[in-house]
Design a binder for this molecule. Structure first.
Ligand SMILES: C[S@@+](CC[C@H](N)C(=O)[O-])C[C@H]1O[C@@H](n2cnc3c(N)ncnc32)[C@H](O)[C@@H]1O
Length: 223
C-alpha cells in the first residue's frame, strides 16, 4: 500500500518508529486502536510485521473507511475493523473490543481544537489495557519567536536531505497566521499538562523538526 501522504519527508521514518514502539507493548491477541485512521496506512505497517494482533481504526470519513475495509477485509478479516466516528464528539463514541493495549493517533490531532484533544486523551486513557500505552504523533505548536530561525534552519535541512519540505513559514508571524481550523497543533507544554492532569506519565520518543511522537501510560504500568 502506498503511503497516502507520502510527500511528508520524515513521516515514513516516524511511523516506522511508532510501530516499533507499539510492537514493544503488543502481545499476541492484543488490539491497536487508531484514532483518525484514514485509509489504514498504520494497519498496513502493523500487519506487515505482526500476524498475531488486531486493529481497530476510527475516522470520520466514510469513503476512507470504505477503502480500508475493501483493502483489509479480504486479507485480514475480523482482525481489521474500521468504524465511523467523530473525535470531536468523543463522548458519544463507544468502540467494542476494548480495552486496547495501544491507542495511537497519527497526524490527526492538529485537526482538533485543544479541548477536543484533551477529551480524546481522557477517553483513550480510560480505554487503555493494563500495561498499555497511548501514542500521539503530530506536529507540535511553535511558541518562541526568539528561536524560530533555528526551527527554519532545521526545516531547510530536512528539505536538503529528503528533497521535500515540511510545512514552513518565512517568519514567526507568518507561521502563526497559517494556524487554522485544520492546522492547530498543541503546544508541548499543553500535552504535558493534560497528561499530568489525567495521571499519565509521558515521554517524547522521537522528535524531528516540529513533529513529535509522544507516549503516555498509566503510572506503575509503564512498560
Ligand atoms: C492526515 S490524515 C492521517 C491519516 C492516518 N492517520 C495516516 O497517518 O495515514 C488525518 C485523518 O484524520 C481524520 N480526522 C480529522 N479530524 C477527525 C475527527 N474529528 N474525527 C475523526 N477523524 C478525523 C481525517 O479524516 C483523516 O483521515
Amino acid at each position: 500500500m502506498d503511503d497516502p501522504i507520502g510527500g511528508h519527508p520524515t513521516r515514513g521514518e516516524q511511523l516506522d518508529i511508532l510501530v516499533t514502539a507499539a510492537e514493544a507493548v503488543l502481545r499476541p491477541g492484543d488490539t491497536l486502536l487508531d484514532l483518525g485512521c484514514g485509509t489504514g496506512y498504520l494497519a498496513h505497517l502493523l500487519f506487515q510485521r505482526r500476524e498475531d494482533v488486531a486493529f481497530v481504526g476510527i475516522d470520520r470519513k466514510g469513503e476512507s473507511l470504505e477503502a480500508a475495509r475493501e483493502r483489509f477485509g479480504v486479507t485480514h478479516g475480523d482482525r481489521a475493523r474500521f468504524v465511523e466516528g467523530d473525535l470531536s464528539k468523543i463522548g458519544a463514541l463507544e468502540i467494542a473490543g476494548g480495552p486496547f493495549k495501544v491507542i495511537a493517533t497519527a497526524l490527526t490531532f492538529h485537526d482538533l481544537d485543544d479541548r477536543d484533544k484533551h477529551s480524546v486523551i481522557a477517553w483513550a486513557a480510560e480505554r487503555l489495557a493494563p500495561g498499555g500505552a497511548l501514542l500521539v504523533y503530530d506536529r507540535v505548536r511553535l511558541t518562541t519567536p526568539a528561536t524560530f530561525a533555528m526551527q527554519q534552519a532545521i526545516w531547510q535541512r530536512i528539505e536538503r536531505i529528503h528533497g521535500r519540505g515540511m510545512r514552513t513559514a518565512d517568519s514567526f508571524v507568518a507561521y502563526e497566521a497559517d494556524l487554522s481550523q485544520s492546522n492547530r497543533p498543541a503546544r508541548l507544554d499543553d500535552y504535558s499538562r493534560w497528561f499530568a492532569d489525567l495521571g499519565l506519565e509521558h515521554q517524547i520518543l522521537h522528535l524531528h523538526g516540529n513533529v513529535a511522537l509522544i507516549t503516555a501510560a498509566k503510572g506503575e504500568e509503564t512498560p
